[in-house]
Design a protein around this ligand. Structure first.
Ligand SMILES: [Zn+2]
Length: 342
């Protein structure tokens, strides 16, 4: 079961046992997103503090989800030094084509390949997506779509290269194409990022992209960008079928205001309900430092026959990831409120 609801209250109660907060934590409400702004109401919401949300997130994260707990901002991340990597087959129909700083993925179908995200620039797309597919015995001429999770350069930078060279259709939310159409090209463009691709296919929230018997469900999860999308699709491991959930834009690098943190928590709730209904048991991200893709790939290379798949961490783990995301978002919001109240 998910660590939420009553269990979360028990955890909170035990965390603060012996302190004056124990009784309060035991009564902590479970509908957490809509908690009133303490400055606006007549009472102070004692549960809605950065310390309580961060402590709750850390407790839920345990030892296996420290990479997600980093969202709370209390853990330092070592910088990437060697930004190269080898491609890898993850499932029978899913391949990783990333580098340590950012991931691209490829889904193979009977009618062609769907690439998810395109790395920082044309050179990386050529080396790691085109070159990666060839290394894995796949043909980049089969790329039919490049799905771009959101309008940031580390995800769309190689897209125009793939469109030009392989005729791939570029798919992003209509909302984020609008964002890009308003973006002013920088006066001194960073040669390691971009270019902005020509407008491609815009999709609405909940769109299902189908190719060769495979369907990708696209759920809009702002506010990292207004039209960031998170993806759900089936993956196969021999006779076993699993469901991957790829959160498209996990970081809090949006404009810092209360509304954006509330929207983030609402996006998690919305997507989590759909992920639960679909049975997502393979949580993925598009930055390897969040889903630990590279560590899981290393372990996958030495997987014994019949051993569990290192990317199939299960529905309960997925549910805990959502709870950590939510608690860290609420911690961020509570921090802003505390700063404004001063
Ligand atoms: Zn981004």
């Amino acid at each position: 079961m998910a660590i939420g609801g009553k269990l979360r209250v028990v955890l909170l109660a035990s965390m603060f046992a012996g302190s004056g907060l124990a009784a309060l934590a035991a009564q902590a409400p479970t509908g957490r997103i809509g908690q009133p702004n303490p400055r606006a109401g007549a009472f102070l919401n004692v549960y809605d503090t950065p310390a309580i949300h961060i402590a709750t997130a850390e407790r839920i994260a345990g030892s296996d989800l420290r990479s997600v707990f980093r969202l709370c901002g209390t853990v330092q991340v070592p910088p990437v030094t060697n930004n190269t990597a080898e491609p890898a087959k993850i499932f029978d129909n899913l391949y990783w084509l990333g580098i340590p700083s950012v991931s691209a993925w490829a889904i193979t179908t009977s009618e062609g390949i769907i690439v998810i995200d395109s790395l920082d620039n044309a050179r990386e797309a050529e080396t790691y997506i085109e070159g990666g597919l060839r290394k894995l015995g796949l043909n980049p001429n089969d790329i039919k779509y490049v799905v771009i999770t959101h309008a940031h350069t580390d995800h769309f930078g190689g897209a125009q290269y793939l469109a030009n060279k392989f005729g791939a259709a570029l798919v992003m939310s209509e909302t984020d194409w609008d964002v890009l159409s308003r973006a002013q090209p920088p006066a001194n463009p960073n040669p390691s990022r971009g270019p902005i691709p020509r407008r491609g296919t815009g999709v609405p929230d909940g769109f299902r992209l189908s190719l060769g018997g495979t369907t990708i469900e696209m759920i809009q999860t702002p506010p990292h960008t207004p039209g960031a999308i998170s993806l759900i699709f089936d993956v196969r491991d021999g006779a076993a079928r699993h469901v991957a959930g790829l959160w498209g834009a996990i970081g809090f690098n949006f404009q810092q205001n209360e509304a954006n943190y509330t929207k983030y928590a609402e996006s998690v709730d919305k997507y989590a309900a759909i992920a639960k209904a679909r049975g997502v048991d393979v949580p993925l991200a598009n930055h390897p430092n969040f889903d630990l893709a590279m560590e899981k790939i290393a372990a996958l290379r030495t997987r014994a026959n019949g051993a569990p798949h290192t990317f199939v961490t299960g529905a309960e783990t997925q549910s805990r990831i959502f709870d950590v995301q939510t608690e860290c978002a609420l911690a961020g919001r509570a921090k802003l409120r505390a700063a404004e109240a001063r």
